[in-house]
Design a protein around this ligand. Structure first.
Ligand code: VG1
Ligand code: CO
Length: 562
């Protein structure tokens, strides 16, 4: 086989966001659009490209197979030595991270737009991971973006037959321009299931789910939302842990359009699961994942909701019941800036180092590689540890089940005990999806100006008879403690004298319009059992008043509240 060089011209806007490049499928289908971006990823690898191995796969959404065929032919022509691809193109994001690490390869290309809807009318995405298994840092995504602005040609192997190649497992070796090029199609679950077995005590988890002489079964409902985790849930929960295939798992067949739902595990988009657990009081526990398997939502009996910021804090407080941490030690915690500070209180009590990073999992990688971070999370339903370099939905559920098994308490009891000890960080996030981009930018500019004005600090705002005085306001920036790289403009923070916070950010994962995120967070030492929406209402009103969100966007209400 021989490769050819094909002339092309740049596309505007091939700029990776918080987690890869995400656009409508029809954009990726434009002639040379995907080809350009893949060539640019390879160009950005520079001298490491020649002879390298890459892991390729994704959540199975529409256009995955076409994208893989393009990647195979471009990689072959660019002197990549080997591609490790999931059977049928399937790999969860955590599985890619794990495979990069176990096979010690240069990186991976993950085909997913994560929690964004899929199918021909919806979103596709391409994400790059580096040799530690984590999302590419800004320096790499910036380099890729620079390439996309100047690309003139890409290399291609037109005669390499890719049709149905990923339908069967096995290894194929080709001669391309006189060199060996290998494509290995593997089972997407083997490596990941082994990793989970090393981390958790599967016998104990099986006893929990099946019940023993001394203990009734703990009745779970695990919802894959028609996303990629289905194949892993079948292996781990049904085959290994003995969960009932009809009663304990749901929506576990990956569909290329996710059955026309938003595969996003929150109270709005995972309402099906919430309703099922509510309507059936025999369920003790429910969990859902997003399309690519890195997010998780945890609910207890009667759909008692665990906010992700609390989930992180509870796990931090109970890591000793997970064998992995006994063996590897616990080296520090971290959260993204908008995530409520519940975990900070645990870190303080345990004398653990604590980091606050910008939104996006890529900011945790360096700290983990340096051995200073064991457990971290984001308010956006992301939880994970240094077993890989991505957040990990299934890991989070196994971690929760380990805590439940160990403490012999319900989800609600565990949370209430935690709040009684540490107090409670009430948290909510309001999302205004698909706003007009200009309007959203104007609102952010308004906030920038406002926080820069000399009389802003010290001002008091009042709503429903509660008053909040501004103590500090800034646009969050972060210096990586390991490589000293700087990330600026990561969200406007308004901090009040009582410790409450308001944060405003524009999403970096959407594919059209702008999504405004308003994060609201306040701490209570004593009053810990109130409904979060009731508790935070006055602060929400202050947040809307300060930003004048309604005036700028015309929106009366958020699209999603989490
Ligand atoms: C969102 C979340 C962020 C998360 C990112 C990727 O980003 O807020 O916490 O890391 O999605 O998650 P943004 O820029 O839209 O706020 V996933 O599951 O899409 O890989
Ligand atoms: Co995801």
């Amino acid at each position: 086989l021989s490769s050819v060089v094909i002339q092309t011209t740049p596309f505007e806007g091939q700029k990776p966001g918080t987690s890869g490049l995400r656009k409508k499928v029809k954009v990726f289908m434009e002639k040379n659009y995907t080809e350009n971006f893949i060539q640019c990823i390879l160009n950005a690898l520079g001298s490491k490209l020649q002879g390298c191995t890459l892991v390729v796969g994704g959540d199975g959404r529409y256009f995955t197979k076409q994208a893989i065929n393009i990647i195979i032919r471009i990689a072959a022509a660019n002197e990549v030595a080997k591609l490790i691809i999931g059977h049928l193109g399937i790999f969860s994001t955590p599985a890619v991270s794990s495979l990069i690490r176990t096979h010690k390869v240069l990186g991976g290309i993950v085909l997913t737009a994560s929690h964004n809807p899929g199918g021909i009318r919806n979103d596709f995405g391409i994400k790059v991971n580096i040799d530690n298994g984590g999302p590419a840092p800004d320096s790499v995504t910036d380099a890729i973006y620079e390439e996309t602005k100047k690309i003139k040609e890409y290399k291609f192997t037109p005669k390499l037959e890719t049709d149905r190649l990923i339908d069967n497992m096995g290894t194929h070796t080709y001669k391309v321009d006189g060199r060996d090029f290998v494509v290995e199609i593997i089972d997407p679950t083997t490596d990941y299931v082994n990793l989970m077995k090393q981390i958790f005590d599967f016998q104990k988890l099986r006893d929990l789910i099946r019940g023993t002489d001394k203990r009734p079964p703990f009745n779970v409902l695990i919802d894959s939302m028609n996303g990629v985790t289905g194949v892993y849930v079948r292996k781990i929960f049904v085959e290994e842990l003995g969960a009932h295939p009809d009663n304990n798992v749901t929506r576990i067949v990956p569909l290329d359009n996710f059955g026309e739902i938003h595969p996003d595990p929150n109270l709005t988009y995972a309402k099906d699961l919430v309703d099922k657990v509510k309507d059936n009081p025999t369920y003790d526990f429910g969990a859902a994942f997003d399309g690519d398997g890195d997010r998780n939502m945890i609910i207890g009996k009667n759909a008692f909701f665990v906010t992700p910021s609390d989930s992180l804090a509870v796990l931090a407080n109970n890591l000793e019941c997970i064998p992995y941490f006994k063996n590897h030690g616990i080296h520090g915690f971290a959260r993204s800036m908008p995530t409520a500070a519940a975990v900070d209180r645990v870190a303080k009590k345990l004398g653990m180092e604590m980091f606050e990073v910008p939104t996006g999992w890529k900011y945790f990688g360096n700290l983990m590689d340096a051995g200073r971070l064991s457990l971290c999370g984001e308010e956006s339903f992301g939880t994970g540890s240094d077993h890989i370099r991505e957040k990990d939905g299934i890991w989070a559920v196994l971690a929760w089940l380990s805590v439940i098994e160990h403490k012999k308490m319900s989800v609600e009891e565990i949370l209430k005990e935690h709040w009684s000890i540490y107090g409670r960080n009430y948290f909510t996030r309001y999302d205004y999806e698909e706003c007009d981009s200009d309007a959203a930018n104007q609102m952010m500019t308004h906030l920038e100006k406002l926080i820069a004005s000399s009389d802003f600090v010290g001002k008091t705002y009042t709503a429903s008879k509660k008053s909040y005085t501004i103590e500090k306001a800034d646009n969050f920036s972060y210096v990586d403690p390991i490589d000293k790289s700087v990330a600026k403009n990561q969200g406007i923070r308004i901090l009040f004298s009582d410790g409450s916070r308001l944060i405003y950010r524009l999403s970096g994962t959407g594919s059209s319009g702008a999504t405004i995120r308003l994060y609201i967070d306040s701490y209570e030492k004593e009053n810990v059992f109130t409904d979060a929406q009731v508790m935070l209402k006055p602060l929400v009103d202050v947040g809307l008043e300060i930003s004048q969100l309604k005036k700028f966007t015309g929106r009366d209400a958020p699209t999603v509240i989490t």
